[in-house]
Design a protein around this ligand. Structure first.
Ligand code: AVI
Length: 313
């Protein structure tokens, strides 16, 4: 039996003593749509904060790149491109010569983005890509132009310390000397603000998590009964970690047909689904140094909730 990465990770995560599943599996087409809903919630302040940075400081960001000729903007995990639009609009209005290369794992997200941008910025030169970041980045290294990589939205916060270090080092290896990385970090702040962004009162983040169960039902022939599970999350202001969980509301057995396994759940047993780290400015400096970048500048929003940090290889 040939199992794909999702199937293998489900076996590993659901047969572990403390069950876990990676949040990277949230983003099938349905999950990507729910994530758009999250980003539209006022309580999920990250989107507004980063939108403000890119709306008000695009000129400063572009000046700080110090690119003298045409360049590429390669966006990792572009989603619907809502925030990036402001940066792209600035560049198009100023008639600056660049290519926009959005990358996402969701074909649907890329199709929507491509169509929106063609409608709203017809003169934009866009080369959308669906697939693995690093394969595409390897290709981009061959470009004769310098590149600005965008890794926005505090996506880096979804990786544990060591993994984020590995990822940043890998990004660095796939960049040319002088290339830049604009990377979003959600900053530590009043814990209540963070709590409300993740434990939202509309239940959207709950649906986002439970979509993992639906995905296993759809793709692996599992028989999860969604109403028998709930969602819990917790922010620890000392570590800066938000941890999210699916909670089994009953003692129950779930059959996963395609994997030929049965998974036992105790009453209130958890599946850990996501880590969303929050950072201090000092953490960001340390991370840049550890992954061989030079930190050029932090672009913060007016409330100092978020930074888009510009790093140079
Ligand atoms: C994609 N990522 C940065 C989001 C976050 O804030 O960790 C995913 C998310 N999870 C719950 N709400 C949003």
């Amino acid at each position: 039996m040939m199992l794909d990465a999702f199937a293998q990770d489900v076996i590993k995560g659901l047969t572990a003593e403390n069950k876990f599943l990676s949040s990277k599996y949230f983003y099938d087409d349905n999950g990507s749509r729910i994530f758009q809903e999250i980003m539209n919630m006022p309580d999920y302040y990250l989107t507004d904060a980063e939108f403000e940075i890119l709306s008000l400081q695009s000129g400063k960001i572009i000046d700080a790149l110090k690119f003298s000729g045409p360049f590429n903007i390669v966006e990792l995990g572009a989603g619907d491109g809502f925030k990036t639009f402001k940066l792209l609009e600035y560049l198009v209005t100023k008639e600056i010569d660049f290519y926009y290369v959005p990358i996402d794992i969701s074909q649907e997200a890329i199709d929507v983005l491509n169509k929106n941008l063609k409608d709203r910025l017809p003169s934009l030169k866009i080369k959308p890509k669906v697939g693995d970041y690093f394969e595409i980045l390897k290709d981009n290294r061959k470009s004769k132009y310098p590149s600005l990589l965008l890794f926005l939205g505090s996506n880096i916060g979804n990786y544990p310390d060591q993994k984020s270090n590995e990822l940043l080092n890998l990004l660095n290896k796939n960049m040319k000397s002088g290339d830049k990385l604009l990377i979003g970090f959600d900053l530590k702040k009043n814990p209540i603000t963070i709590h409300n962004a993740y434990f939202d009162k509309y239940g959207i983040t709950k649906r986002f998590n439970l979509n993992l169960l639906l995905r296993m039902n759809k793709e692996l022939g599992a028989d999860f009964k969604i109403d028998d599970f709930d969602f819990y999350c917790h922010y620890n202001p000392l570590t800066g970690d938000v941890k999210s969980y699916i909670v089994s509301l009953r003692k129950q057995i779930v059959n996963i047909e395609a994997l030929k396994i049965k998974v036992d759940f105790e009453y209130n047993e958890l599946i850990w689904t996501e880590l969303s780290r929050k950072f201090a400015i000092k953490d960001i400096n340390d991370m840049a140094i550890q992954s061989n970048f030079k930190l050029n500048h932090n672009f913060l929003d007016c409330k100092h909730y978020f930074t888009d940090s510009l790093w140079e290889k």
